[in-house]
Design a protein around this ligand. Structure first.
Ligand code: SF4
Length: 448
């Protein structure tokens, strides 16, 4: 493939926020204590303010009645109590899935999804929140609505944490509490790692949000230097890697970061994280009919992860507009998972939640975007069909990796000027086009 799959949507650029106040959720306790001292308040006020932010369900400074009016007014002048305002809230799955579209101070939109899992047998009730780390995303995975939107900006610590505070308020009003948190919403968390680490520390600090560290998961599409940085911190957070393909040619298409950090480098870095932390890494695998769900794909994945002790989550692709692909059928997912299990891997088949409310990453924000012209959609589909054909033939992408990636360790990048033949991977047993059904617009594939 030679053409770049560019985002085909254009989001209206909101007016810049004129509000320079930082969000209180991102202010360190020592900074808060210093600010209160400057305001002439006694030392114990820091604890009172902390309780208002972390222990009460108050939505604004006005509602914090444990503080006097003058202090509330003084704090409101300096700090935002909340950096996000819910502009859209949708329920699905008999109210078990709740999608929130949050508007940030500058008008950017980000999403969070709250999923309720009732107690079953020995298993306790779970309430899992999926949050965003960036507005938009630079990685550009073509099956993802956020990837199609393109990158807008990083979120700061308070903007990340406030998504969680919003969800907690809604949960508490129903007599529930948050049990799990995953950074799997809009954005690539490891491309905004300072803020993500800052937010994770706030959220797992017993004196602030207080979530158990082992209940927090950070996902990545494969930013190797970011995984190495996390490894050096050796936290108890879970690492999830969005893999989606075990062969580089296919992963170059599905996860464009792979052009910079190939799949083996990503898995090696994740193994380093598991070794340093003792935490099992989970691999996410979006299942696309006829593209990455064949027996050969399952075998390649089993070989890649053999002996790693990791777990694979098979997730049917969410219906996303503007792609030529569709989700794998339940039968194909079962067969794929069975092959992985037979090879000794732990596997869970996930079901899609909240499809009727656009719960997949970026879908609500995409709804608010300008619909691309029909001609742009048709061109995008054509490009993806051509790229699929090349990937299934084992050809690695000639396109550059997404811009704006950090410096640091990297895998063997394909020279952009290299002839196509030189860019092909070293022959491996799994390089044969895999068996499977024909993709729309693709030639019939050879079977094993
Ligand atoms: S799947 Fe994740 S990394 Fe890929 S474009 Fe979407 S948000 Fe970004």
């Amino acid at each position: 493939m030679t053409e770049r799959t560019v985002p085909s949507r254009v989001r209206p650029v909101p007016a810049a926020s004129s509000d320079p106040r930082p969000g209180v959720a991102g202010v360190e306790p020592t900074e808060l204590a210093g600010l209160l001292a400057e305001m002439g308040e006694p030392a114990f006020r820091a604890r009172q303010v902390g309780d208002a932010v972390w222990r009460s369900e108050a939505p604004s400074w006005d509602a914090v009645t444990t503080l006097g009016l003058p202090l509330r007014a003084g704090l409101a002048e300096r700090l935002r109590f909340d950096t996000v305002a819910e502009t859209d809230l949708r329920l699905a799955d008999d109210d078990a899935t709740e999608k929130a579209l949050h508007r940030l101070p500058d008008g950017r939109l980000v999403e969070s999804v709250l999923m309720h899992y009732p107690a079953r047998g020995e298993r306790r009730e779970r309430n899992t929140l999926c949050i965003s780390s960036q507005a938009g995303c630079a990685v550009g995975c073509p099956f993802c609505a956020t990837g199609e939107l393109g990158f807008e900006r990083d979120l700061d610590v308070a903007e990340i944490v406030d998504q969680v505070r919003h969800a907690r308020r809604r949960l508490v009003s129903r007599g529930r509490h948050l049990t799990n948190l995953v950074f799997m919403g809009m954005g690539e968390p490891l491309l905004n790692l300072d803020a993500v680490i800052g937010a994770a520390r706030v959220l797992t600090d017993a004196d602030r949000f207080g979530l158990g560290a082992r209940h927090l998961t950070i996902s990545t599409s494969g930013v190797v230097p970011g995984i190495e940085r996390l490894t050096a911190l050796s936290p108890q957070w879970t690492l999830a890697v969005s893999l989606h393909a075990a062969r580089d040619a296919l992963r170059d298409l599905l996860v464009p970061l792979n052009r910079r950090w190939p799949v083996r480098a990503v898995v090696a870095a994740a193994a380093g994280y598991a070794a340093a932390t003792g935490r099992r890494v989970s691999y996410e695998y979006v299942m696309i009919d006829g593209l990455n769900d064949t027996p050969a794909d399952a075998d390649a994945l089993a070989r890649l992860l053999a002996g790693s002790g990791s777990h694979v989550n098979c997730i049917p692709m969410n219906p996303v507009a503007h792609t030529p692909w569709q989700a794998s059928t339940p039968e194909r997912i079962d067969a794929f998972a069975g092959r992985l299990r037979a090879a000794g891997l732990g596997v869970t088949i996930r079901r899609n939640r909240g499809q009727e409310v656009g719960a997949a990453c970026g879908q609500l924000a995409a709804e608010k975007s300008a619909e691309p012209a029909a001609v742009a959609v048709a061109r995008r589909r054509e490009r993806l069909v051509a790229a699929s054909r090349a990937a299934l033939a084992g050809e690695r992408s000639q396109e550059p990796a997404p811009p704006g990636l950090p410096a640091g360790s990297q895998g063997p990048v394909i020279a952009q000027t290299a002839p196509r033949a030189a860019a092909r991977p070293i022959a491996r047993p799994d390089r044969r086009p895999a068996a499977g059904r024909q993709l729309p617009g693709l030639p019939q594939r050879r079977t094993r």
